[in-house]
Design a protein. Structure first.
Length: 254
């Protein structure tokens, strides 16, 4: 099991200063690239995710149709005494699962469409670049976690947040590593696919931290929201926040 304190140290590689000249040059290079294509990075990633969600939805719908036909076949075979009740129950269970998967895929398409619209509005409104916003979300969550790791009172009150043997904490620590690995380094070119992968990792990190934190505080955590519903809530919150920021910026302009 990974030591949380060691993991905390490895999480903060991007804040440890390297050679000053190289760091400044890397930052300037990122800023120059940001003025060219960084503004639409989130929009391009959202469009990529929408295309993938649409393909997944079509595949899930096809799978549901196949499951429906297979269930009808098994029911007919039972009527002809060529299948038993267990086979019918299995076919119906497979159909329910396929239908649920199809509905979830459709929900992801809807969420992806909202995200495209949100990123288009954010691109027009200006403000922080998409990658900067995503890094800020990542950093904010790390700061919340560091409070449990560095504050003795919190560590005593909520020991489960540092105990990798706890299932919810173990899932969070695994998500922590994935988000760290997905985070682009300052001196690398970030593609829409890179950005999408990093956003998914940060979304997962926020979900698992929420569950781990509530579990450590003694709450009876219900089964986690389906990803599509969580994404819908996250997208709505981000969209609302961006709208408020854009409105405030316009009000401040002379």
């Amino acid at each position: 099991m990974v030591d949380p304190i060691l993991l905390l140290a490895t999480e903060l590689w991007w804040v440890a200063p390297t050679a000053a000249g190289a760091g400044a040059a890397g930052y300037a290079m990122v800023r120059r690239r940001g003025t060219v294509n960084g503004r639409r990075l989130g929009y391009d990633a959202a469009r990529l995710e929408l295309r993938r969600a649409q393909l997944d939805a079509r595949a899930a719908a096809d799978a549901a149709r196949v499951a429906r036909a297979d269930a009808a076949r098994v029911i007919a075979e039972k009527a002809a005494a060529r299948a038993d009740a267990e086979a019918v129950a299995s076919a119906r269970r497979a159909l329910r699962e396929a239908q649920l998967a199809s509905r979830a895929a459709v929900a992801r398409v809807r969420v992806s469409r909202v995200r495209v619209s949100t990123e288009r509005s954010a691109m027009a409104a200006g403000g922080m670049l998409p990658l900067e916003r995503l890094r800020a979300r990542h950093d904010a969550l790390l700061a919340r976690w560091m409070e449990y790791e560095t504050d003795p009172a919190r560590a005593i009150a909520f020991p489960a947040m540092s105990d990798g043997r706890q299932p919810a904490t173990a899932l969070f620590l695994a998500a922590l590593e994935r988000a760290r690995d997905a985070r682009p380094r300052p001196d690398t070119r970030v593609t829409a696919e890179d950005f999408a992968a990093y956003r998914v990792a940060v979304d997962e990190l926020e979900r698992t931290f929420d569950v781990a934190e509530r579990t450590a505080r003694g709450e009876q955590v219900r089964p986690e929201l389906p990803d599509a519903l969580w994404d819908a809530a996250r997208t709505f919150a981000v969209r609302t926040s961006d709208s408020v920021i854009a409105w405030t910026t316009r009000k401040r302009r002379p």
